[in-house]
Write a protein that binds this ligand. Structure first.
Ligand SMILES: Cc1cc2nc3c(=O)[nH]c(=O)nc-3n(C[C@H](O)[C@H](O)[C@H](O)COP(=O)(O)OP(=O)(O)OC[C@H]3O[C@@H](n4cnc5c(N)ncnc54)[C@H](O)[C@@H]3O)c2cc1C
Length: 671
């Protein structure tokens, strides 16, 4: 592997960052790589004509990147930095960013400029590496040491480049000393503060600063073209065994993308595909998914079809976070939203009314695994007003106020004026629950350490901002389940990010980067590595696709254990069997339903038992994800005069909310 760290350092010293440089556009029409797609011997002209007949269009570039998440955008920028005259990023969603659309995107890195500015000079690459490896080794996992070694040595350069490129202007979540380098208590703590929680400058458009910045850099680069709403459905090799063709579909069009140097698969993980997760994970039935539905892992199958080898052992390494709020609309899906009240004296109980874990354990994995083992994977977060107030005063009350104290999430909060009433509402055994609270309160009074290891004397830890008893005249409970947002399995690569086959041979032309690569981190991943890993390895893939020689003579064969096609069947969760409009009265009906971050209000109009209008009056959806659904679904419902409309890729929840509103309006109009 090249010593990238040294290369980057030298570049930084001698010239402006190349990821910032503007370039000239160049249109490419070279079809030389596509002429061997057919099996018949043909002249170049015949082949070109055949291809033009088969595909609605053919687009060529030096590098084709599949997936516009952090990994794909970083790969495209690096390819240009290393000489690519043209790069096409093909993305199936209507927007860039991938998983970065769903997260505020904590980043991490050791020995960074941010730590230096914060006066934190004691960190080391070795310590970062040890923390990552230790986390990955939990529960029998193991990391790919050479890749982790590369990552820890280059994450700081990437953070520094992003800082120079604009991250220095962003607001951050800071610690009590005002430092931007923080511990991230939602993960197992690092041995040194090295997580960075930058906020996007334009929160209306972006959820994470990393997405905002990469998007700006890609947009500035004339040599990169982003093709949205287009899904790659097949990879093909030419007769030299080079995987340089990607066939994609967009609406009713079939497009052939051809590469001169190589294809980089940055197609993400499979946390949005419960079937695929269930195939490999033993906790599939209690875990809810927080990944976008587009994180379906289909890229893995595409790579297997041309010989790519899965890292099978890690396919079931699916960390779950004990902070999943299940959607009331679509069972099995959810989002990160925990009250965090256990850090101010709250407790977690299971459906038996018992505590089951040290709620303030600094080891995230201990809390995750404990929850996975509870009946139905449910923990009730139990708290009082005093606990809520102390949490907010500590600065950790963001989730509580944003979600659970807002009317939009009221349906998730069970409220009672006595513990008995709370237990009855939760349908858990009253006596057991009362005894659980009594024992807990006694431990708080005694200032001891309880049977789970929760320490009632210690208040200095970021995991224990206040110690309260469960007492008073108002009690609250929120049900939380294990949430999968990231997957650790995937395709195998060598240290150049080339996809390898089952014998370890690199497949010419085919590279992969980001969450789609398996077995890099081990069983669990440390804070901020989920975001920075794809950026660092995307950068490496983009460099190598331009600088490595393109091998020839490879015999392309499918992998022996291709994932079943059934695991990737798209479900149109939005459809209902039949919506009867018989008996609806003419008029306009306003309906309000729960939205992503607040209510969604919709006006539906009927005339002569026909839907004549669907208008979104107000919504609180994440606009980058929901935009296409908000624009297209109302008209599609009017056109179909029904709610059986095609779902919008990546915006299933918004689509379903609109449909749910129309169904509610139909009911209203029948009264
Ligand atoms: C809710 C949530 C919160 C998270 N929070 C954090 C955090 O705070 N810190 C952290 O470090 N990590 C976090 N992660 C993990 C991290 O965000 C992801 O691991 C990382 O962003 C993945 O980047 P990627 O580029 O590899 O893949 P993705 O971002 O998933 O991008 C892959 C892209 O490829 C596209 N694609 C897939 N198949 C095709 C195809 N066949 N054709 C065309 N396009 C295709 C997808 O639509 C997608 O846009 C979080 C993840 C989630 C879901």
């Amino acid at each position: 592997m090249k010593n990238k760290k040294l290369i980057v350092t030298m570049l930084m010293a001698t010239m402006p960052l190349s990821i910032l440089s503007g370039c000239t556009a160049e249109t490419k029409t070279d079809l030389s790589n596509t002429q061997n797609v057919s099996n018949e011997p043909q002249s170049d002209n015949d082949a070109t004509q055949n291809l033009q007949a088969t595909y609605n269009s053919i687009q060529s570039a030096d590098v084709i990147v599949v997936g516009a998440g952090g990994g794909g955008m970083s790969a495209a920028l690096a390819a240009v930095e290393n000489g690519a005259e043209s790069v096409i990023i093909v993305e199936k969603m209507p927007m860039t960013g991938g998983a970065l659309n769903t997260t505020s995107g904590t980043m991490s890195g050791a020995m960074t400029i941010i730590q230096e500015i914060d006066g934190l000079t004691e960190d080391s690459i070795e310590s970062y590496k040890n923390d990552i490896i230790t986390e990955g080794e939990k529960l029998g996992g193991y990391a790919n040491e050479p890749l982790v070694e590369y990552y820890v040595n280059n994450a700081d350069d990437m953070i520094n480049q992003l800082w120079e490129a604009g991250l220095s202007d962003n607001q951050y979540t800071v610690d009590s000393e005002g430092r931007k380098s923080v511990f991230a208590p939602e993960h197992t703590l690092y041995s040194y503060p090295r997580s960075y929680k930058a906020k996007p400058n334009n929160p209306e458009k972006y959820k994470s600063a990393a997405h905002e910045l990469l998007d700006e850099l890609v947009a500035k680069e004339d040599k990169i073209k982003v093709v949205l709403n287009t899904e790659v459905v097949e990879l093909q090799a030419n007769e030299q065994g080079q995987v340089l063709n990607a066939i994609a579909v967009s609406n009713d069009e079939t497009i052939l993308f051809t590469a001169n140097n190589g294809i980089i698969m940055a197609t993400g993980g499979y946390a949005g595909n419960p079937e695929l997760m269930g195939e490999f994970s033993e906790y599939g039935d209690v875990v809810i998914t927080g990944g976008l539905a587009t994180a379906d892992g289909n890229g893995l199958r595409l790579m297997q079809e041309v010989g790519g080898s899965l890292h099978i052992e890690s396919m079931g390494w699916i960390p779950t976070y004990p902070m999943g709020l299940e959607s009331l609309e679509i069972e099995g899906t959810g989002q990160i939203a925990t009250t965090k009240t256990q850090y101010a004296g709250g407790i977690l109980v299971n459906t038996k009314g018992e505590r089951f874990v040290n709620e303030t354990d600094a080891d995230n994995v201990a809390r995750e695994v404990a929850l996975e083992h509870q009946p139905e994977g449910i923990q009730y977060e139990i708290y009082t007003d005093k606990i809520g107030e102390d949490l907010v005063a500590s600065g950790q009350g963001g989730f509580l106020t944003y979600y659970f104290q807002s009317p939009a999430f009221a349906d998730h909060v069970i409220t009672a004026s006595s513990l008995e009433e709370l237990a009855q509402k939760l349908e858990i055994p009253v006596d057991t629950f009362l005894k659980t609270v009594e024992d807990y309160n006694a431990n708080v009074d005694a200032k001891t350490t309880d049977e789970f290891g929760r320490n009632f004397a210690e208040t200095s830890s970021p995991f224990n901002v206040a110690i309260n008893k469960i007492e008073g005249d108002k009690f609250y409970a929120v049900a939380i389940k294990p949430l999968a947002i990231i997957t650790m399995g995937g395709i195998q690569v060598n240290t150049d990010m080339q996809v390898v086959d089952e014998t370890g041979n690199a497949i010419p032309g085919l590279y992969a980067a980001g969450e789609t690569v398996g077995g890099v981190w081990g069983r669990y991943v440390s804070s901020g590595v989920g975001v920075m890993g794809p950026i660092v390895f995307g950068d490496l893939a983009g460099e190598n696709v331009m600088t490595n020689e393109l091998a020839t003579g490879y015999d392309v064969k499918p992998a022996s254990n291709i994932l079943s096609e059934d695991l990737f069947i798209k479900k149109n969760t939005a459809s209902v069997d039949e919506l009867s409009l018989t008996g609806v009265k003419d008029g306009e009906y306003n309906v309000t339903v729960d939205g992503q971050e607040g209510p969604m209000e919709i006006k539906v109009s009927f005339k002569n038992e026909v839907i004549t209008g669907v208008e979104i009056i107000k919504h609180n959806e994440t606009i980058t994800i929901a935009k296409t659904a908000l624009e297209a679904i109302p008209q599609a419902i009017v056109d179909a005069n029904n709610v059986n409309v095609d779902n919008i890729t990546g915006a299933t929840l918004t689509t379903n909310r609109i449909i749910k509103s129309v169904i509610a309006a139909v009911e209203l109009a029948k009264q």
